[in-house]
Design a binder for this molecule. Structure first.
Ligand code: SAM
Length: 337
């Protein structure tokens, strides 16, 4: 692409990048969308003689388009149109999922603690003609955005790099609006990673040895307050020293409990197909039985991901009803998030 094809500020940034690096635009095809992403084509200019295998902190992790970010981009491409919904990608690197969301009409913020990558993101956004993308330098553990900022938060291959994963989920919860979603793709290990492997900085930097087990990962999300957790995708990624590492896409929801959860005569009826289910608070819902619930539980069960499985009513009398399943509203079967 010629710098003159880009709008003023992006053209200047593109020229600045090209003075330092050899770069090229790669085109990603995602359903009916094509997205241009600016990438460095010679890593040597970035490493400037440093050996990342000796010291992983020298490796510019933002420079690669990580495979799993393409999986996440496909999940994003299958979302219903954004119509201005606020979408935040953390540790975005080259920002494939975020740029995909921009192509789908979301109002996107790309964030990373590495300031050079924000310039790459700016040029990519301009090359695609997106004016609905914003850029924010900042840490996962201290996200520089106000509470209730985003409707949907994503990231790929980033949270496992943080030494304080619980704090990352606490921050994501803080900046999500009530009933907002987190959909992150990350590495998890089949069994706990041994100390020796954890201390290996190269494996940590490669998004391997910082991994938690799936149960630990979900538990950190729950401790931060997320509910309705589901694994949308799990693929075997690598096997290192006999340990299997998987890439997962996990979804969770924010729900702000009110301090005055009260009983006002509401009932929730679970529609099946299981004989019964238990929610995060331990409430048991046998199929087809109206169970008295407080205002918090009633509010939660009327929103995704539960609203298609429950009817909330103000009495125990039988009502007319038809089930709306996620499949009925999902544009691409099996890909809804
Ligand atoms: C493994 S790369 C993944 C990049 C991108 N998400 C992808 O999948 O192509 C990790 C990215 O997270 C950023 N990063 C790592 N630790 C971070 C932190 N604590 N806060 C913010 N960004 C971080 C790095 O700069 C890098 O861009």
């Amino acid at each position: 692409m010629n710098a003159n094809d880009l709008p003023g500020k992006a053209a200047e940034i593109y020229k600045k990048i090209r003075r330092k690096h050899k770069v090229a635009f790669e085109t990603l095809k995602l359903n009916d969308k094509e997205i241009k992403i600016l990438q460095v084509t010679d890593l040597e200019s970035l490493l400037a003689g440093k050996d990342p295998f000796k010291d992983v902190s020298e490796f510019p992790f933002w420079v690669r388009l990580w495979e799993a970010s393409l999986i996440l981009s496909h999940v994003v491409a299958a979302l219903p149109p954004g119509n201005g919904t606020k979408f935040l990608e953390l540790g975005a690197g080259l920002g494939a999922p975020g740029l995909t969301a921009a192509a789908c009409g979301y109002d996107v913020t790309l964030s990373d603690y590495e300031k050079h990558i924000l310039d790459f993101q700016r040029v990519s956004a301009a090359a695609n003609g997106f004016d609905n993308v914003d850029f924010k330098k900042g840490y996962l553990e201290d996200i520089p955005l106000p509470e209730h900022f985003a409707d949907l938060v994503t990231s790929n291959c980033v949270i496992n790099l943080s030494p304080d994963k619980k704090q990352v989920f606490v921050e994501i919860w803080r900046i999500l609006r009530d009933h907002g979603r987190v959909v992150v793709s990350d590495t998890i290990s089949e069994k706990p990673v041994p100390k020796g492997m954890r201390a290996n900085p190269r494996l940590w930097g490669e998004c391997v040895s910082g991994a938690l087990t799936e149960a630990e990962y979900l538990s950190k999300m729950e401790q931060a307050g997320f509910y309705g957790l589901s694994i949308l995708k799990r693929t075997l990624w690598r096997e290192v020293e006999g340990y299997k590492f998987f890439s997962i896409v996990v979804r969770g929801y924010k729900f702000e409990k009110k301090s005055s959860c009260t009983y006002v005569g509401q009932y929730a009826t679970y529609l099946g197909p299981m004989q019964a289910v238990v929610d995060e608070e331990g409430h048991l819902f046998p199929r087809d039985q109206a169970v008295a619930v407080c205002t918090d539980t009633a509010a939660k069960l009327q929103k995704p991901p539960y609203q298609s499985s429950f009817v909330v009513s103000t009495g125990t009398d039988m009502n007319e009803q038809s089930i709306t399943t996620e499949e009925d509203t999902c544009p691409v079967e099996g890909e809804c998030c």
